[in-house]
Design a protein around this ligand. Structure first.
Ligand SMILES: [Zn+2]
Length: 132
């Protein structure tokens, strides 16, 4: 695989996700190196360098899917943590929604139908990912 990866990369998705050590995108989605173009930071925010990285992935690597992936840690949400769960969902969704407004490259790709952008939450307990 190393020789193939040395030649080029052809990721099919860009992922903006948290720096949390329990949320490794390639492990979550069970894919090999070379398949995901990943930016990680605490809180999975659409900060300027993350946006620029996704622009690179779309413009130069033909990535057609971007996912902003937040995470929760509690499986079924206990009482009292529902606000926190909604906060995680809101954070991922708003970061996803902000990408096209922060980048003409991304906005044009969305308008052209060559790019989809989703917010999602990974649940560390159940290992499930759901769109938000
Ligand atoms: Zn986190």
């Amino acid at each position: 695989m190393g020789a193939v990866l040395a030649e080029s990369q052809a990721p099919w998705a860009g992922i903006i996700t948290c720096a949390d050590s329990r949320g490794l995108p390639n492990w979550i989605f069970d894919v090999n190196p070379g398949q995901l173009f990943v930016v990680r930071s605490a809180g999975n925010t659409a900060f300027d360098d993350a946006v620029a990285s996704m622009e690179y992935a779309v413009a130069n690597l033909s990535v057609s899917l971007i996912m902003v992936l937040g995470h929760s840690c509690w499986g079924a949400v206990p009482r009292g943590l529902q606000d926190l769960e909604q906060g995680v969902e809101h954070n991922a969704r708003s970061a996803a929604e902000s990408l096209a407004s922060k980048s003409q490259v991304l906005a044009r790709a969305v308008q052209a139908g060559t790019l989809k952008i989703y917010g999602a939450v990974y649940d560390i307990v159940s290992s499930r990912v759901r769109l938000v």
